[in-house]
Design a binder for this molecule. Structure first.
Ligand code: SF4
Ligand code: SF4
Length: 127
């Protein structure tokens, strides 16, 4: 009897799941998602190419192209474990972590984010 009641109740309830990717959850504030590296030359918090983020990254998800303050950066979303170590260690606060979680791509190249020096906007991405 109890089981039948439960089934009847469930039939009348809205599903707890969403039809992803057609329906999406709002990102939860404070959740760990996409990594953005500010390489904009005019910014006070731009990357200076010290390499600390690369040294602490446990997943080898960051790469410096070039050296020092003129370097470009790459973030490999497919390797990242979203630990935020890079965000915490950056002496220039040049790395931010957005709440964007929807980063999946059917193409591996779509998981590589290029943060080029002198880009027009912070975190300008070339895929
Ligand atoms: S720690 Fe910050 S300043 Fe240093 S290389 Fe990484 S992003 Fe650039
Ligand atoms: S969040 Fe963690 S795993 Fe991802 S790039 Fe930063 S240090 Fe590496």
């Amino acid at each position: 009897m109890a089981m039948r009641d439960e089934c009847a109740k469930s039939l009348l309830k809205k599903p707890s799941t969403l039809l992803y990717p057609f329906e999406k959850y709002e990102s939860i504030p404070g959740s760990r998602g996409k990594i953005v590296i500010n390489t904009l030359e005019s910014s006070d918090s731009k990357c200076i190419g010290c390499g600390l983020c690369i040294r602490v990254c446990p997943a080898f998800a960051l790469e410096m192209i070039g050296e020092g303050p003129t370097c470009d950066m790459k973030w490999y979303a497919g390797r990242c474990v979203f630990c935020a170590e890079c965000v915490d260690i950056c002496p220039r606060s040049a790395i931010t972590q957005e709440t964007t979680y929807d980063l999946a791509d059917s193409n591996q190249d779509g998981l590589i984010y290029d943060y080029k020096r002198k880009s027009e906007s912070p975190g300008d991405v070339t895929e």
